[in-house]
Design a protein around this ligand. Structure first.
Ligand code: M6R
Length: 609
């Protein structure tokens, strides 16, 4: 969603703010702006659209204090007047905000009655007016901010500067991410560490209900009640190179190609002397009777694969919920339930809210909450007592790729470990599963090396396609959903994933020669059934693109094209079937000339409901 960045120190602030905003671009936005202090005055520059629109107007100035923002519109169209920062009528306070101020209408009416004039349609604009009123009453800046945020309802992260406090940035956090970066005689803030990684690797994450005051002399943390908080910073281990494209045309393509290495890294970190090592969560295994998984989007698809594995290998009843549904209609409380939150950003508002709800229903002891993420430094990392770090590192492309396969690895290890420790599989079987899992990175490399030209070629044929159906069964049904999601989010082609056996109950009516069907047909328990379902689609003249082993090509007249993958045990097949579908979506979108890494209307980190 929106991105916040701020700087106070001895360097020139504007360049640092612009670089930070560029680093936040991947989160998605529709306008941007900065505010800085110069000679006791606040200056603001804002522009609709991409960052270069803002860059083009940047003045030469050597201000040492400033804040910046990339906006993803919630209240008000993506126009310059709605872009942040917003200021009060005297231009003594400038504010950027990420989140939603739910009571902004009531506050706006109240402030208008007191003479404030509003110039935007945003919820955020109430904040500078409120802070300004408290400043006029004689409160120092930090206290004015504290009083202002105590009037706000909703989820928000705020950074503000004031003309009367020329060396300060004041921050506030309530249910939206905000971190402070610590330098030497200079301090930064951002909604994501990625914005600051080239300046510092030492970070302090604000908790909900906290304010921070940044000056060149240091950082002070307070609660909304005004109490001082002491906390040690954390050190990030990933390198600034992780946020570069590394010679690839797009981050998404780079991240697709990183998957073999990510999988090796995930396995190496969690296999110690041949034993699965997932940390403290192992202490719960013997007691767990049910598993609930909460997630959104691609992480929800990883959860569906996880359900299959946890039920079929470990025999534990597992439900997968959309986090946005779970939070308002949770299932009845079930004792001995492990709830797993899956999220690549670690900041998805719905997933965090679902997990918090579960925590609030835990009457005694540590809540049984397990997080699966590549961002242990995120809010999720601080919320859950048990965590599996997938080791995928930061992902920049909005379309999740390497984080998905890394989440699936985590589910394999969890299911195998639980199954083994609960006596469902013996040591020999465990070793066989693990040996096959360790071969997957090589299989992915083979697909990348040998199949990419055919996939690029196929992508050309999709130039005029408007609808695509993805079919899969069993463990590959979630991959059909994921293939369809990848295609629609970056190419804007309508695509639907279906369980292949469900086609004849309705969706088959959509098929004709203009609607291609991508059919995942891998050897295993449902292969013959899937082939029959695909025959039904072929009989409606649909063009059939297979994803499966070379055996598919031996079936007369069924597959017009087959995206060939190596033969692997059925339970491991999602790794090899999802990769061609990621590549297909990528090349279709790239050949259409679309903004693959920042598709329209989407954000990498969905921090609002
Ligand atoms: O950060 P999360 O994994 O919680 O994000 C969930 C979804 O927003 C995300 O998977 C989204 O669907 C991606 N754009 C999919 O590529």
């Amino acid at each position: 969603m929106c991105g916040i960045v701020g700087y106070v120190g001895l360097q020139s602030a504007l360049g640092i703010l612009m670089e930070g905003l560029r680093r936040l671009e991947y989160r998605g936005y529709d306008s941007a702006g900065i505010a800085w202090l110069d000679n006791g005055e606040i200056h603001v520059l804002r522009a609709a659209g991409k960052l270069h629109n803002l860059q083009a107007q940047l003045p030469a100035t050597h201000s040492h204090v400033g804040i910046g923002h990339t906006r993803w519109a919630t209240h008000g169209k993506p126009e310059e007047r709605n872009a942040h920062p917003h200021v009060d009528n005297q231009r003594r306070v400038a504010v950027v905000q990420n989140g939603i101020i739910e009571n902004y209408r009531a506050l706006r009416d109240e402030l208008t009655a007191q003479g404030c004039v509003f110039t935007s349609d945003t919820d955020t604009e109430v904040i500078p007016h409120l802070v300004s009123l408290y400043l006029q009453q004689g409160h120092p800046f930090l206290e004015a901010m504290r009083l202002a945020v105590s009037r706000l309802e909703g989820a928000f992260a705020i950074a503000a500067i004031a003309a009367d406090a020329p060396d300060e940035i004041v921050l506030a956090r309530q249910q939206a991410p905000l971190v402070v970066g610590l330098g030497q005689g200079e301090f930064f803030c951002a909604s994501d560490t990625a914005a600051l990684i080239s300046h510092t690797q030492a970070f302090l994450a604000l908790e909900n209900g906290e304010l921070a005051r940044l000056t060149p002399l240091g950082v002070e943390l307070y609660t909304f009640a005004g109490q001082r908080v002491q906390r040690y910073p954390q050190r990030l281990t990933w390198s600034p190179l992780a946020v570069e494209k590394g010679g690839f045309k797009h981050y998404m393509l780079k991240e697709i190609h990183e998957q073999p290495a990510v999988l090796r890294q995930g396995l190496e970190s969690h296999l110690i002397e041949g034993q699965i090592a997932l940390g403290p969560v192992q202490e719960l295994y013997a007691q767990v009777e049910h598993i609930h998984i909460v997630a959104c989007g691609t992480s929800w698809h990883a959860g569906l694969v996880g359900k299959y594995l946890l039920e079929q290998i470990a025999q534990i009843p597992t439900h997968v919920y959309y986090a946005s549904e779970f939070r308002y209609a949770p299932p009845p409380y079930l004792p001995r339930t492990l709830t797993i939150g899956v999220t690549q950003s670690g900041e998805t508002a719905d997933t965090l809210a679902a997990l918090s709800l579960v925590a609030s229903r835990t009457l005694t002891g540590t809540p049984w909450l397990l997080g699966i993420t590549n961002r242990p430094d995120s809010t999720l990392g601080r919320l859950v007592p048990y965590l599996i770090d997938t080791r995928a590192g930061i992902e920049i492309g909005v379309a999740a790729t390497k984080t998905f396969t890394a989440q699936v690895v985590a589910f394999y290890l969890l299911a195998l470990d639980m199954a083994h420790q609960r006596g469902m599989i013996d040591q020999e079987k465990l070793e066989l599963y693990l040996a096959n899992l360790q071969k997957i990175p090589n299989h992915l490399e083979w697909i990348l090396e040998t199949q990419t030209p055919a996939i690029e070629q196929l992508a050309h044929q999709f130039q005029d396609v408007h609808h695509v159906i993805y079919l899969g069964r069993g463990i590959n049904f979630p991959i059909a959903l994921e293939g369809a999601l990848k295609l629609k989010e970056i190419s804007y082609i309508h695509a639907e994933g279906y369980p292949a056996g469900e086609m004849k109950h309705g969706p088959i009516a959509l098929l004709d020669k203009n609607v291609p069907v991508v059919a995942i047909a891998m050897p295993g328990t449902v292969y013959e059934k899937t082939i029959s379902n695909v025959q039904e689609a072929r009989a409606r003249e649909a063009q059939i693109i297979g994803v499966g082993t070379a055996a598919n090509l031996e079936i007369p007249d069924l597959f017009q094209v087959n995206l060939t993958v190596p033969e692997v045990p059925e339970l491991l097949s999602p790794f090899v079937t999802v990769l061609p579908l990621q590549l297909l979506a990528y090349y279709i979108a790239a050949q259409r000339g679309l903004d693959v890494d920042q598709p329209r209307n989407l954000a990498k980190s969905v921090t609002v409901e």
